[in-house]
Ligand binder design. Structure first.
Ligand code: F6P
Length: 539
């Protein structure tokens, strides 16, 4: 503990010192900077050289990782120990992408035989739906899937589908998550129940939104096909097999997973069955393989050459050393446009905690706000604030080096913007440079005095750039696994359990209390504001 406190103090001092310098100058001072801070892992080229740390800062960050025993925590996770202590569960989403012959145990019990059995059933089901061997109630093949789920049962598969879907899929895939009926209505308006397979995905099978949408989907199917016909169009994914049976899904259409897979870590499981059907098994297997490669790297690489560890340390350096409370993730890829939404759950649900597993308050800040959308679109939205706002927000920029999609020449334009933004964030533009330009244009000195400061860019905004060679299933799997492990390492350093989510419970319980009040008109006891709003809605 003394070591850990000392390591934190060193990190804070090193960050303070680095923060007083300019990132761009580190390159001259550190001839090996680029070499030390760029990595090639599992099809990803990761450049951390534009981050805010100098050599001393990086060293302090690595010392902190050692003092927090990241290596021990990593071994405990892969070893199947119950590191999700508040729920008494192991954390083994990595088993879902491991090869069948790898020895993985949860609390000492081997898991790979079961994992492999579910994978084999998923594969057989995906192939049978794709070939038309599994048909709808009227004998027609399925042309579309309606995937119903929310949070971890939605965000991952949605992102996965966007990232890897064929341009013209033979089986379309649509998603419904919200309990706002508008989403169900808009999504199903042009779907044909006779050729739609509905896959209900809920780890707990108790989630209000998902059960409401599942009920709506069943009614939608039954209106066209009758109750028995509707059953032939249903499949379910859950760890609560008693509840899926009660909902009426036939046993051979239910795919399980395990309590050692957290919702936001579940896209490697049968939760992504809909994507495996719509993209084909080989695509899904490639996604698992890419993640397995990242797992192997994370598990074996020394901390100073370990991509998830270094990305996590950059975040800790920015968040705790430099008090930067937000981070923006911008994929320069339309296919990855939902990445930030996925990361919001992965990082903010995992690490948005203020007490440790011992019940004691943490001593330092934990998860930051993460936000983002696709580049270049965001350049025309919030990048003004990133370049010239009063707060510095670290960025992660993600690019794809080669793409054959779309009209010739567009991809180079996209890449030029990606590189230009990363450079501009770090280098900025000096007032002297702006003044020279304005003078050359013949602008008066009085005007220059007011214009030049407005056109100056301070720069010194840190960023990390992740470049995939191509957006293959493997590289995409590696990217998502990279973020999972990054999130885990941050949780270890912050001293929190990254695998529970008690903070989402209170709102659920209170909605459960308010719903009957809205339905019956009999209001219960609330604060004055809530009572007034209930009264207004009842009118
Ligand atoms: O409300 C949060 C949460 O529990 C997430 O952790 C989870 O991914 C989501 O709800 C959906 O839960 P389920 O898969 O059990 O329906």
């Amino acid at each position: 503990m003394a070591d850990l406190d000392a390591a934190w103090t060193r990190l804070e001092a090193a960050a303070k010192a680095a923060g007083e310098k300019r990132i761009v100058e580190f390159f001259d001072a550190e001839p090996r900077r680029l070499e030390t801070l760029t990595l090639d892992v599992a099809g990803l080229h990761i450049d951390l050289s534009k981050q805010a740390w100098d050599e001393a800062g990086l060293e302090a960050a690595l010392d902190l990782a050692h003092a927090a025993d990241v290596e021990g925590a990593r071994a405990a996770m892969f070893g199947g120990e119950a590191i999700n202590s508040s729920e008494g569960r192991a954390v083994l989403h990595t088993a879902l992408r491991a090869r069948a012959d790898v020895d993985v145990k949860a609390g000492g019990v081997p898991v790979m035989a079961e994992v492999e059995a579910v994978r084999a059933r998923m594969k057989a089901f995906a192939e049978a739906v794709r070939s038309g061997a599994i048909k709808g109630a009227t004998g027609k093949p399925f042309k579309a899937i309606l995937h119903i789920g929310i949070g971890g049962s939605d965000l991952g598969p949605r992102l996965l589908w966007d990232a890897l879907r064929p341009v013209k899929p033979s089986i379309d895939l649509r998603f419904v998550a919200n309990v706002d009926g508008a989403e169900f209505a808009l999504t199903t308006a042009d779907m044909d129940p006779e050729q739609t397979l509905v896959i209900v995905v809920s780890k707990t099978f108790t989630t209000q939104e998902t059960l409401a949408n599942a009920g709506a989907a069943r009614a939608w199917l039954a209106a066209a096909l009758g109750e028995t016909g509707a059953n032939a169009h249903l499949a379910a994914i859950s760890t609560a097999l008693d509840k899926t049976a009660a909902f009426g899904v036939a046993d051979d259409r239910v795919f399980g997973f395990w309590d050692w897979v957290g919702g936001r870590y579940s896209l490697w499981s049968s939760v992504s069955l809909s994507v495996a059907v719509a993209c084909g098994w080989d695509v899904f297997q490639g996604f698992l393989d890419g993640a397995a490669e990242m797992d192997q790297h994370f598990r074996t690489a020394p901390l100073e050459a370990n991509a998830p560890v270094l990305i996590a340390l950059a975040q800790v350096f920015n968040r705790n050393g430099l008090d930067r409370r937000a981070r923006s993730v911008v994929p320069y890829s339309h296919r990855l446009r939902r990445l930030a939404s996925f990361l919001q759950q992965l990082e903010m649900e995992s690490n948005g905690k203020s007490v440790g597993p011992d019940g004691q308050p943490v001593k330092r800040g934990t998860a930051t706000v993460v936000f983002g959308d696709e580049g270049t679109n965001v350049q025309h939205a919030y990048f003004q604030c990133m370049h010239q706002g009063t707060d510095i927000t670290p960025m992660e920029l993600i690019g794809v080096a080669k793409s054959d999609e779309g009209p010739v020449g567009m991809h180079e334009k996209l890449l030029s913007n990606l590189l230009a933004q990363a450079e501009a964030f770090m280098v900025g533009r000096t007032t002297a440079d702006v003044v020279a330009e304005l003078q050359a244009k013949g602008v008066s000195e009085a005007e220059i005095a007011t214009l030049a400061p407005q056109r100056t860019f301070a720069g010194n905004r840190p960023s990390t750039l992740v470049l995939m060679d191509r957006l293959t299933p493997q590289a995409f799997g590696a990217l998502i696994a990279l973020y999972e492990h990054k999130t885990f390492v941050e949780g270890v350093i912050w001293g929190i359990n990254s695998f529970d989510q008690w903070g989402v419970e209170l709102g659920k319980v209170m909605a459960g209390r308010i719903l009957p009040e809205l339905e019956s008109g009999v209001a219960g006891a609330h604060d004055p504001s809530t009572s007034a709003l209930i009264g207004r809605l009842k009118k």
